[in-house]
Design a protein around this ligand. Sequence first.
Ligand code: OGA
Ligand code: MN
Length: 212
Amino acid sequence: MAISSVLPVSPDYFSDALQLSMLANLSQHGWSQHRLFLPETLRMLLAAECGSLAASGALKPAGVGRTALLTLQPAIRGDQILWLNPGQSQACDDYLAIMESLRLVLNQHFYLGLEEYESHFAFYAPGSAYRQHLDRFRDDDSRTVSVVIYLNQDWLSEQGGALRLHPQGLASQDVLPTGATMVLFLSAEMLHEVLPATRDRLSLTGWFRRRR
Ligand code: OGA
Ligand code: MN
């Protein structure tokens, strides 16, 4: 049986209102946040896929640094990840198609020359965290815009697990990791961290890259 896409992805997936608030927030504050960014059916399918990948042992401890220099430092970074490849599942392909439209929108408005998108599932078991960091590597400045989409549902703030952003000169901002909320920020500038949670925390994280 052919599995069909759960959504029609067209260039106008992004409403004018969403584009306006996203672009204004990104240029004024260096980050932007949107609730219910994915259709609920797609959020559920991606959450189920991430959960079963975690249960089957397909996710691997994430390292710190770039491929050749990568080291495992669970006290600094405790998530487990799986990089996405096209064709891995219909839900992942639908997500990648949405991110491709987002790449075009960002390029249209900011002339960033974003050429590629790389993305992984991330699973934080209870107690695991990711200490304060920037997403751009010291020896590779191609990562330009970071995107995180949260796949859990019904998250309570007392369960922890917030993404804490540290915008320069402003108070820190916490984003609850739930409900297909999407956060976008500038990879080279925004210091951020993931606080430990009391329950499993599922997300998709990705980076739009310029040519190296
Ligand atoms: C990362 C990261 C944030 C989050 O993977 O680099 O900072 O909220 N993730 O999961
Ligand atoms: Mn990060």
